[in-house]
Each structure stands twice: as structure tokens, then as C-alpha cells.
Ligand binder design. Structure first.
Ligand code: FAD
Ligand code: NAP
Length: 523
């Protein structure tokens, strides 16, 4: 163990201290002293030659790549770029072994499985050796040049990929009046909601991304004329028709909508698309517990973005010249209206409950932001689907620490939008009473809504604590997970430190809950 480098993590914890370092979506290994990500960033700025190539970039053949497969000489290719990751080994939060799995080979798939969102280009830029001489093959369907065919997808994409596995092919059209331009997207999907669409007008780029099942349909255009800042977005029919109404700056007739930009009119598996960010302004920051704060950020006027229930976004800050990205789950501004006056129109504001780790990389920087400063916010991601709520009668929520954040919107949606719901129970695990987020709001909600119940479990309770104590266990769960009726349709949501979630999942399976009855929130 390396207590010196992470006193905040290790010094107070019990037998779980090795596991407890998992603060992201996967297990982390303890790093040696002086090997934190901040130390890595410092090293990359030191001017040291990290590739051994004195700043030269080379073309790397597959044969050459294969030769560099040892810890002290390890090259990895990600999306066609080759990095010498040997100097980074000791700094990698996932450990050397995880990196070595891709040694001397194309690690793109492995990388995407674990942390597609990590901004490796920025983190590893000083380790760049060069490009692959022959680019590793991307799936055939997505490499093709996309042509604009009056808003229809290129035929090959429609027939090959979509017919096999994707949604039926979306398309778009546009029309105009003297003052307005309307872009219509035909998704041909019934369950399209405003949360499925993200629209951004930034500089010369007008971008509409629609999530259809696990695919992303992108309209990306350099508009031919100027428009006003605000626009409206509506889903107009059950059949999944979306209308985006733009206001012209001048009432001239547009001969075309504009010119196609990168990936315009493409339908790609969402996992193959890049995260898209816009800069949001910090509007407020309030203490919630001794270490957790409620941040609210405002979207730019020319962005439409709604984070669906159960999904997260990525926040990006440049820290010491390196872009750092971490996932956060938006919450509502409160659980019960009495606790907050709705000052802001909710569609323009995003709220985050964030725990600040003094020895962390990202959260201390986030905490340093002043009101009016900017943080970049990505499009929403996540595997939770509203359809998991269908016909649900009993909802059980298991949360530990900030693992409470996805439960906030889940709870609200269940209590307001699921007619079949009979019971919602939250079991909330924390170390001490001072760590409990929104305790009085939760108690108030339980008083107000008879269907809702909350139980707090403390792992380090004071002697006078009369409530439940300990860690997640079979005894706690079997008592907690009592259905309202024997045959109730149940959903169990679980979120917290990775080892907590993994342990909980195992216990739930042991208690014979099926996969469909459990949702675990992870990155
Ligand atoms: P880190 O640098 O990751 O460090 C966190 C702590 O772990 C520190 O005490 C640090 O010293 C210690 N540590 C880090 N690496 C090691 C190591 N290798 N060995 C030993 N100790 C180590 N958090 C929220 O507060 N609110 C949310 O809404 C939220 N939503 C999330 C959603 C998802 C999908 C996921 C996966 C995570 C979410 N998180 C959320 C967690 C968040 O993404 C960050 O992991 C968290 O904020 C810590 O980031 P950091 O860079 O400040 O800390
Ligand atoms: P924390 O305070 O460290 O832990 C909360 C409670 O869980 C404490 O009682 C703690 O006990 C207990 N715990 C810790 N490790 C455990 C384990 N292995 N088994 C059983 N119980 C355990 O939590 P936090 O610092 O707020 O961290 C919250 C975590 O949730 C982070 O890892 C974050 O990444 C994750 N998160 C994920 C998502 C998501 O995936 N969507 C969203 C939000 C947060 P002790 O402290 O006494 O050990």
C-alpha cells in the first residue's frame, strides 16, 4: 500500500482500503508516491523527451509496432496514432497490466471498452510516436465518404448496416418562410423525446445529433445565412418527427441550407462517435455537505440539450495545459419544491452534486471555478432506458456516497411518471451522518409521499446512532428488498464506489433477482 501519496483515501479506511480507491467507473490500483495524474501532467510539461525520438514523428508499420511490446519499450496504437506509453506506465490509474494488454498492438477496442471518454490525445500528446503507415481498418460501412443526397443517407449505409441491425433509416428536409427556416428530422422511431436530440450552433457549425436506439444520426451543416441566437426544438408526432425552427437574421430567401460539414447526414453506432462539448457558464455553487457541493451551469443560448433520466455527461477542464474529462450525473435542483424556488428555466440549467476530493485531479479544479467561469459539458451518455420503468410496481434504490446522484432523477420520474408504481425505497450508504446528501429533503419527501421510504446505513456511525450500520450485506438486502406483492414487477438500481456496486450486484444475483430487474450505473 502506498499511503503516503493518498492520505485522504487510505488513512481512514478499513479493510477495504485497497478497493476504495475506485472513484471512477472501474477499479484503480494504488499508485506509487509522485505518480498521480497531476505528477504525470507536470512531467509532460517538463520538456523531457518522452518518446525517445527527440520530437520527430515517424510512420509506424505493423511489424515495427509489434516489436515494442515490453514494459520498458511499449507502443500502443489508438485510432491510427501510435504512442510510446512506457513513461506513462507508473502513472496509469488502471495499472501497468491493463496497459500491457495492448502492448505492441492496436488498443483502440480495449481503450473504448474501458474509457472511451478519456481525452488520451491531450494526456499522451508528448508520447506520440507517429501514425500507422497503414491505418487500421475501420468497419467498412463507416469509412465511406458521406455524400449529401437530399437528406437521405447514402444507399450503402442504409442497405448494409441499418437493414442488418440498426434503426430504420432516418432522413431530413428543410423549408422556409420569410422569417423562419425549419429543419425536419424524420427519425421513424416512436419513442423519440426531446432528450434524444442535441442541437448546437457554434461559430460556423450547426449540428443536430439525434440518438435513435444505440445510433447517432448527425446533421452537421455550415449554414448559408446568419440566424438569430435562439431556436426552438419540438417532437411533433408520435412517428418521431422533429422540427427545429431557426429565425433568420435577414428575411432573404435561402437557396440552400448550407454546406455539409464533417460526418453530415451520417448514422453511426453511438459508441463510434466522438463526444461533443459546449462551454457552459458556472451560475451557482452551494455547500450541501462538508465535502459535496451543488453546482449549476447554464447552457449557451444556441444549445438545446436535455439529459435523460439515468444518464450522465462528461465535464472537461484544462488542468495545467492538459484536457481532463470526468463523468458526472446531472440532478434536479432539489427533491421537494419547498427547498428551492425555481429561479431558472430548467431547460437551460444543469445541476450537479459533486464531492470534492482534496487529493483528486478534477474536483479541486472544478471547485476553484468562480461564478461566471466556464466548464465544457458533453452530450449525454449512459445505458439506462426509461422503458426499464414500464409497468414497474416496486422500485428499490441502493446508493453509496455520490452514487446517490443518478437516483435523484430516477426517483422523481418514478414518483411523477409511473402510474403502476406502488413503492419506492432508497437504502443510502454513507460513512457518517455528515456525509448524507440531502438528508432532510429525503425525510421530507418520505413524509409527503407515502409510496416513498428511505433508510440510511452508516459504515462509521457515532455511538448514539440507532439506525442501520455496516456495509452492503445479504442481511441488509434481504430485509430491504421486500416486494409490496409477491408478484410485483420490480426494478433495483444500484450505484456507488465500483467495489460496492460489484458486491451489491453479486448479492442481488444470489437473492435470485434477474438481470432485467437490476440496473447498475457505471461509466
Ligand atoms: P481522482 O483524481 O479520481 O481521485 C479521487 C480520490 O481517489 C482521491 O482521494 C485520490 O487521491 C484517490 N486516488 C485516485 N487514484 C488513485 C490511485 N490510483 N490510488 C490511490 N488513490 C487514488 N462524482 C460526483 O461527485 N458526482 C456525480 O454526479 C458523479 N457522477 C459520476 C457518473 C459516472 C458515470 C461515473 C463513472 C462517476 C461519477 N462520479 C461522480 C465520479 C467522478 O467522475 C470522479 O471520479 C470524481 O469526481 C473524482 O474525480 P477527481 O479527478 O477529483 O479525483
Ligand atoms: P464513499 O464516501 O467513499 O463511500 C460511500 C459508502 O460506501 C461508505 O459508507 C463506504 O464505507 C461504503 N463503501 C466504500 N467502499 C465499499 C465497498 N467496497 N463495499 C461496501 N461498501 C463500501 O463514496 P464516494 O466517495 O461518495 O464515492 C462515490 C462513488 O460513486 C465514486 O466512486 C463515484 O465514481 C461513483 N459514482 C458513480 C456514478 C455512476 O456510475 N453513474 C455516479 C455517481 C457516483 P467506508 O467509507 O466506511 O469504507
Amino acid at each position: 500500500m502506498h499511503q503516503e501519496s493518498f492520505p485522504n483515501t487510505d488513512s481512514q479506511s478499513g479493510p477495504r482500503s485497497q478497493q476504495r480507491v475506485a472513484s471512477g467507473g472501474r477499479s484503480k490500483v494504488p499508485l506509487k508516491q509522485g505518480r498521480s495524474l497531476m505528477d504525470w501532467i507536470r512531467l509532460t510539461k517538463s520538456g523531457k523527451d518522452l518518446t525517445g525520438l527527440k520530437g520527430r514523428l515517424i510512420e509506424v508499420t505493423e511489424e515495427e509496432l509489434k516489436k515494442h511490446n515490453k514494459k520498458d519499450d511499449c507502443w500502443i496504437c489508438i485510432r491510427g496514432f501510435v504512442y510510446n506509453v512506457s513513461p506513462y506506465m507508473e502513472y496509469h490509474p488502471g495499472g501497468e497490466e491493463e496497459l500491457m494488454r495492448a502492448a505492441g498492438s492496436d488498443g483502440t477496442d480495449l481503450f473504448d471498452q474501458v474509457h472511451r471518454w478519456v481525452n488520451y490525445e491531450s494526456m499522451l500528446k508528448e508520447c506520440l510516436v507517429g501514425r500507422m503507415a497503414i491505418k487500421p481498418a475501420l468497419p467498412k460501412d463507416y469509412r465511406e465518404e458521406k455524400k449529401v443526397l437530399n437528406g437521405m443517407l447514402p444507399k450503402s449505409q442504409v442497405t448494409d448496416t441499418l437493414a442488418r441491425e440498426g434503426p430504420s433509416s432516418p432522413s431530413y428536409d428543410w423549408f422556409q418562410t420569410d422569417s423562419l427556416v425549419t429543419i425536419v428530422v424524420y427519425t421513424k422511431q416512436k419513442d423519440i423525446s426531446l432528450g434524444s436530440i442535441t442541437v448546437d450552433h457554434q461559430g460556423d457549425s450547426f449540428r443536430v445529433e439525434t440518438i435513435i436506439k444505440d445510433y447517432s444520426y448527425l446533421i452537421h451543416i455550415g449554414l448559408s445565412h446568419e440566424i438569430q441566437e435562439d431556436f426552438s426544438v419540438q417532437v411533433v408526432e408520435n412517428g418521431g418527427k422533429i422540427e427545429i425552427v431557426l429565425k433568420k437574421k435577414e428575411s432573404t430567401t435561402w437557396k440552400s441550407l448550407g454546406c455539409p460539414l464533417e460526418n453530415h447526414n451520417s448514422l453511426l453506432p453511438k459508441k463510434d462517435t466522438d463526444l461533443y462539448y459546449r462551454k457552459c457558464q458556472l451560475i451557482s455553487k452551494e455547500d450541501v455537505t462538508h465535502d459535496t457541493k451543488l453546482f449549476s451551469v447554464m447552457l449557451p443560448p444556441s444549445t438545446h440539450l436535455q439529459v435523460p433520466v439515468g444518464q450522465h455527461v462528461y465535464l472537461k477542464l484544462t488542468i495545467a495545459g492538459t484536457e481532463i474529462v470526468k463523468p458526472y450525473t446531472p440532478v434536479s435542483d432539489s427533491l421537494v419544491p419547498e427547498f428551492k424556488e425555481p429561479v431558472f428555466p430548467n431547460s437551460k440549467y444543469i445541476y450537479f452534486l459533486v464531492k470534492i476530493y482534496p487529493a483528486g485531479l478534477f474536483t479541486p479544479e472544478l471547485d476553484l471555478l468562480q461564478i461566471g467561469d466556464y466548464v465544457s459539458v458533453s452530450n449525454p451518455e449512459g445505458s439506462f432506458k426509461i422503458s426499464q420503468f414500464q409497468e414497474m410496481e416496486d422500485l428499490f434504490l441502493l446508493a453509496a456516497g455520490t452514487g446517490f446522484t443518478p437516483m435523484v432523477k430516477v426517483l422523481h420520474y418514478a414518483l411523477t411518471g409511473i402510474p403502476s408504481l406502488r413503492k419506492v425505497k432508497l437504502m443510502f450508504f454513507n460513512k457518517t451522518e455528515d456525509d448524507i446528501i440531502w438528508r432532510s429533503q429525503l425525510e421530507k419527501l418520505a413524509l409527503k409521499d407515502k409510496r416513498f421510504d428511505v433508510e440510511f446505513v452508516l459504515s462509521a456511525p457515532p455511538s448514539e446512532w440507532s439506525g442501520k450500520q455496516g456495509y452492503i450485506s445479504p442481511a441488509l438486502l434481504s430485509e430491504f428488498l421486500k416486494k409490496s406483492l409477491e408478484k410485483s414487477k420490480v426494478l433495483i438500481c444500484i450505484c456507488g464506489p465500483t467495489p460496492f456496486t460489484e458486491q451489491g450486484m453479486k448479492l442481488l444475483h444470489d437473492l435470485n433477482f434477474s438481470k432485467d430487474e437490476i440496473h447498475s450505473f457505471t461509466a
